[in-house]
Design a protein around this ligand. Sequence first.
Ligand code: MN
Length: 345
Amino acid sequence: MAKSDRLLTTLDDFDRFFVVMHDNPDPDAIATGWGIRVLVREILNKPARVIGGGAIVRAENRHMLDLLQPPIELVDDADVPDGTATILVDCGSESTNHLLIRKNILPVAVIDHHISNQRALRLAFRDVRPNVAASATIAASYLREQNVEPGAKLATAMVYALRTETRGCETRHSRLDRAILTWLTERAEPALLAEIETAPLSREYFGDLALAIQNAFVYDDVALCFLPRAYGAEIVGEVADLLIRCRGIRRVLCAAVVGTDLFFSARTETDSDNAAQLLRATLNGLGGAGGHDHRAGGKIADIANGSKIAEDLNDELRRRWLAACGVDRKRGTRLIPKRQIVDNL
Ligand SMILES: [Mn+2]
């Protein structure tokens, strides 16, 4: 029996469907949720809501919302009536960054590709494949199995999801990813994809970027960048993606204070360094982290009254990250020498 048949059989007993994305949904969560909604509507002939907490801030992703109009709802909380089929996408049920866990609801189904470090809970349906590049690959494969046409906009969203999930050294495409990418590319709109990827950027974004590059330090093959404040949380991921491309740098940790939270992005270049594990070790007891072999994210909530990262927390995080990476060096050098910045201003 195909996976999609098993999912649809499980869901057929229900009349109400909530597809739940992780908080601050990324393109993969959005495209996957949208794909499952289309599957449920086309095959079961029933409506489904696609919901998630938090916000969408990255300029490209906001532009995607404008151009593709995915049928998603950003909600801080949701009333989940009894008898609702909850389908968690692009997120493990044991993760702490989704609506259901805050309401103590166990999902009926999970569709995900993240590495889990916890024992799996018993669920009616689970399709977790850490070997695929994107959850959207799994959702698209369901549509293909059921002969459901995604349409140009959903196909474009799914291609974009795959492209974003394979950035920052996570370029491994499984055989299924490659086959699905071909299937989707025939259906997607390349002009829309290009427009999304060159979204207009705010001046504040360039301010964050300039500050980040000036605050990057190198310890052997490790780069660290702590931003005392940032306009948007997306900068940590973007700077991490940029720094991991620097010659000679193989592990990167970026952090920034946004509001009262401290956000993290980690990247690793080689297969021997697992980004999710390194970041979990660094944030152990302080905050949560999750992700993939080469890309991971994390957060410490409610720090420093929304101002600068306390100096001792800063030192502790640096010490832990360097220890996790096995780097002895205590002092780093600036990625760009200070004199070079000041003399040329
Ligand atoms: Mn994903």
